[in-house]
Design a protein around this ligand. Structure first.
Ligand SMILES: Cc1cc2nc3c(=O)[nH]c(=O)nc-3n(C[C@H](O)[C@H](O)[C@H](O)COP(=O)(O)OP(=O)(O)OC[C@H]3O[C@@H](n4cnc5c(N)ncnc54)[C@H](O)[C@@H]3O)c2cc1C
Length: 867
């Protein structure tokens, strides 16, 4: 079918849902002149705030932040009454916006979209509802909400109960009176935490059935904080813009202070301040590493637990209310008013159903395994099939009849959380893979809607009718979303963020957790690069700038961005002495790395005088240990025996071996082969003195990073050819193994990833004459025979100028029959894997290095029996 033959659809856009997202879509689409239909299952608008009318329902981000920003004169006809508005007020606000901007006329209520199928020939969607509507549209936008499908109850016997049953997410419109009643509340997530204190004010008896305790901080509701109001009043436009560029959608500086970089007293004061302020995003932002460092998180969690213990009188109830089996904030924390204190009331009781599981609901109440309770009413506050539930509930079929539910059977795959491959012209507002439930959703919703509108405008202007993400872009984004989660503690909790609350739902971390600011930057970059990763087609032909928007590990990218913002001079622009001082200065601000058992500084005899070394002894195991001789990085010109201190500590602890970081003479004072001679001398000396150093004679491996990796490789070959010492393994981390700078990585990664090709050239030039660069003592790759070398682990980094050298060396070792583990560190740079406690994504790579070293030692300790 040609473009001109294609049937005209009934409307341009079908929108599903009339919550905050649906209403803003109507505002933007109608003003831009699109023809639209909007279906809403409820009898009226409001979404979350239509359905969740339970007592105590409120926002947990300040009202002034949880509102639209598109309406510049909003203050003329609206005023928030409280810091955290209640549900009726938010619903009134949404109705007010709808009336003010005449949005209602596009809405069809009490109508649920059941099916949406893509007709590839006609390039349009066919949308069907439960009321018999059959509408065709060019685009479908799912504004169906992240928390709009209540989770099914898992408790037997509910139909037998003769009393009243309520679900917080489907609360009646008429007031519910609990006066004098015995009430059960099942669930202690946000809805439970908000409603329990209010229900307890009326009821005769309240029994709370809790499976997982929650972390909650007092909301201190009332007037909005004067600081925030002042910030807001000064300039609303700046305020809103700061919110858009913030980590969570509320103006806030991202903390860059690691927890343990300040004193215990200072930390305690900081935690207290967060408790007093009563704002969720502020609390999570106390220190930079709360969501990534288990020890930091544990300390913060303990602060919360102490608060609970201090508030709750009964020690057993306090213990049961203290969360202990997941890190704080890996499940959404709550804001409360009198939640914990409510358990001090004589008529309120907590039942820990982990210890006393619910067996069934009976005609008159609830039976646990060891007690029968009688109730007049049961309230279910049991949460939602979050983020994906409302999308997969609709039978959405894309190209070739592919069902979205099937595509997502093992977890959702999206591009930017906005689109999904195989489903052209389908947009998901706050879909999986976007910040959604980890952010102030009002801000995230506006950003998504604005992005969709810009996209539609672009298609129209360029004569395209269809847009669809590519598999490459989607796979890259899905990987990035997962990489972001993997450097945090989020995956450690069985949370609804992970889909863990719904039986059978795949365990995948659903939202994008690197922040609203980074997320927005990705979306903007996609557009700026001609809709990178999308195929656009129509009258204007077909266009696709395929690619992946985020290829670096997220923490590596953050470090690089921070470095770039500092606008530092390049080392190659400095005299050598200044470059060394600069290198040391940069090293001084790193986190120290883990504690080791002992550190001993000493000297060893080099070929031309004493060389410094630092010995790291592992913390726990008594008795002699294997030894790793380590050669530092710095391109033969900068660095020294202690310049890779955090890495050496990490290596020591992970491998349970003694690490001896040995110095070697540096260029340009001592050019090639001075460093090799010293490295060889160091290994010999350590081998000869292994016992005195606390080592196990015969269990000696070498390791090195960068130039040190090259030296470690060279030493292995020289030891083989010179009859010893016996080296049983080599760990080469982004090693320099050749002098040929013609390989692609020198061009592809020439700049922007820390080590630059210009700097590599500067270092080579200081160290070695061009004529010597094929000498295998500089370029181990050039050795004619690599057979018989010790088993190796070679780590190369994707964004490293010397990557291809390292790759070639790993391949050459394998080809020579050397047992070789080749680790290609995806998304890493030359240095990032060494950045202990800075680039957390490097930790699994270092764990593999340590594991390989342990295996080298283990294999030597227990030689294969002779056949
Ligand atoms: C109790 C509660 C408190 C919350 N507090 C906050 C907060 O403080 N801050 C915050 O940022 N977020 C909060 N949230 C998240 C909240 O969902 C969002 O902030 C926001 O309201 C979402 O708006 P939405 O339009 O995307 O989705 P929703 O408000 O969920 O609206 C989606 C609408 O789509 C309709 N729908 C779904 N499927 C279909 C279908 N197939 N056919 C027709 N209609 C359909 C639903 O009926 C619903 O009305 C809270 C959520 C809950 C449940």
């Amino acid at each position: 079918m040609t473009e001109t033959d294609r049937p005209e659809p009934d409307v341009d856009v079908v929108v599903v849902g009339a919550g905050i997202a649906g209403l803003y879509l109507i505002y933007r689409l109608s003003r831009a002149g699109y023809r639209l239909r909007v279906f809403e299952a409820a009898d009226d608008l409001g979404g979350t705030w239509y359905w969740n009318r339970y007592p105590g329902a409120r926002v947990d981000v300040p009202s002034i932040d949880y509102m639209y920003s598109f309406d510049p004169d909003w203050q003329r006809d609206w005023q928030w009454s409280e810091k955290y508005a209640r549900q009726p007020e938010i619903l009134r606000y949404l109705n007010h916006v709808a009336d003010k901007h005449d949005l209602r006329r596009h809405l069809t209520f009490s109508t649920r979209v059941r099916q949406a199928g893509w007709d590839d020939d006609a390039s349009l969607w066919r949308v069907r509802t439960d009321r018999g509507d059959d509408v065709t549209a060019r685009f479908v936008v799912m504004a169906t909400g992240c928390l709009s499908v209540p989770k099914q109850t898992e408790i037997d016997g509910l139909e037998r109960f003769t009393g009243e049953v309520y679900f917080t997410s489907r609360w009646p419109h008429d007031p519910v009176d609990f006066t004098g009643k015995r009430v059960a509340v099942i669930g202690t997530g946000s809805s439970g935490v908000q409603s329990i204190p209010i229900i307890a004010q009326e009821a005769r008896q309240v029994v709370v059935f809790q499976r997982t305790p929650t972390f909650s901080i007092p909301a201190h509701n009332g007037q909005l904080s004067p600081e925030r109001l002042a910030q807001f009043a000064a300039n609303e436009a700046d305020y809103r813009s700061a919110a858009r560029m913030s980590p969570g959608g509320i103006p806030m500086e991202r903390s860059i202070t690691p927890t343990f970089s300040v004193t215990e007293t200072e930390r305690e004061q900081r935690y207290e301040r967060a408790w007093e302020i009563g704002e969720l995003f502020e609390a999570i932002n106390v220190y930079a590493d709360v969501m990534s460092n288990p020890a930091a998180n544990h300390e913060f969690a303990e602060f919360f637990r102490n608060k609970i213990r201090a508030i709750v009188d009964d020690p057993q109830t306090a213990t049961d209310l203290c969360p202990t089996d997941y890190p704080v904030a890996t499940k959404r924390p709550c804001l409360d008013t009198n939640y914990y204190a409510t358990y001090n009331l004589p008529h309120v009781r907590l039942v820990n159903i982990r210890k006393h599981p619910i067996r069934q609901v009976t005609e008159t109440g609830i039976d646990t395994t060891d007690e029968s309770f009688t109730f007049d009413a049961i309230v279910f506050a049991t949460g939602f099939d979050a983020v994906t539930g409302a999308i997969t509930e609709v039978d959405i079929r894309g190209r070739n009849g592919l069902a979205l539910k099937d595509k997502w059977a093992n977890g959702p795959q999206t591009y930017l959380g906005l689109t999904t491959a195989g489903f052209p012209n389908l947009f998901l507002i706050t879909g999986p893979g976007s910040p959604s439930v980890l952010s102030n959703m009002a801000v995230s919703i506006e950003q998504h809607v604005d992005w969709v509108l810009d996209c539609l405008g672009h298609l129209c202007a360029r004569g395209f009718a269809v847009i669809e993400p590519t598999e490459t872009a989607e796979t890259g984004w899905t990987q990035h979303v997962s990489d972001c989660a993997d450097i945090t503690l989020f995956p450690a909790a069985n949370s609804w963020y992970m889909g863990a609350n719904v039986p059978g739902k795949p365990r995948v971390f659903l939202p994008y957790c690197a922040g609203v600011d980074f997320y927005r930057a990705s979306c903007d970059e996609v557009v700026a690069h001609d809709y990178l990763g999308f195929t656009l087609s129509g009258r204007g032909g077909t266009e696709c700038n395929d690619g992946v928007v985020r290829r670096l590990q997220p923490d590596v990218e953050m470090v690089l961005n921070r470095m770039a913002a500092m606008n530092l001079p390049t080392m190659e622009s400095m005299p050598v002495e200044d470059a060394r001082a600069f290198y040391n200065q940069m090293s001084a601000v790193r986190p120290p790395g883990p504690d080791v058992g002992e550190i001993v500084d000493g000297t060893l005899p080099g070929t031309s005088g004493a060389l410094a070394y630092r010995l790291y002894r592992p913390p726990t195991t008594p008795g002699p240990r294997p030894i790793i001789v380590y050669f530092h990085g710095g391109g033969w010109v900068v660095g020294d025996a202690i310049s890779d201190d955090p890495l050496c500590r990490d290596l020591c602890v992970r491998s349970d071996a003694i690490v001896i970081s040995a110095d070697y003479r540096h260029a340009p004072e001592h050019r090639f082969p001075a460093a090799v001679d010293d490295a060889m001398a160091a290994v010999r000396w350590v081998a000869d003195n292994a016992e005195a150093l606390g080592g196990i004679p015969g269990l000696l491996a070498v390791c090195g990073w960068n130039a040190g990796g090259g030296l470690a490789a060279v030493v292995c070959r020289l030891a083989r050819d010179m009859g010893g010492p016996n080296i049983i393994g080599q760990a080469l981390l982004t090693p320099s193994t050749d002098g040929d700078m013609a390989r692609a990585s020198f061009t592809d990664n020439a700049d922007g990833y820390g080590l630059t090709t210009a700097l590599v050239r500067w270092l080579y030039d200081h160290y070695i004459d061009i004529a010597d660069r094929r000498d295998p003592r500089f370029a181990p790759l050039r050795a004619t025979d690599l057979s018989g070398l010790p088993p190796a682990i070679v780590v190369t980094a994707e964004f490293d100028p010397v990557r291809d050298d390292g790759d070639a060396y790993a391949i050459a070792l394998e080809a020579a029959g050397v047992p070789t583990e080749h680790v290609r560190a995806r998304g890493h740079t030359h240095k990032s894997v060494t950045m202990v406690d800075v680039a957390i994504s490097g930790a699994p790579v270092r764990a593999r290095i340590a594991k390989a070293l342990r295996q080298f030692f283990a294999a030597t300790r227990t030689p294969e029996p002779a056949s």
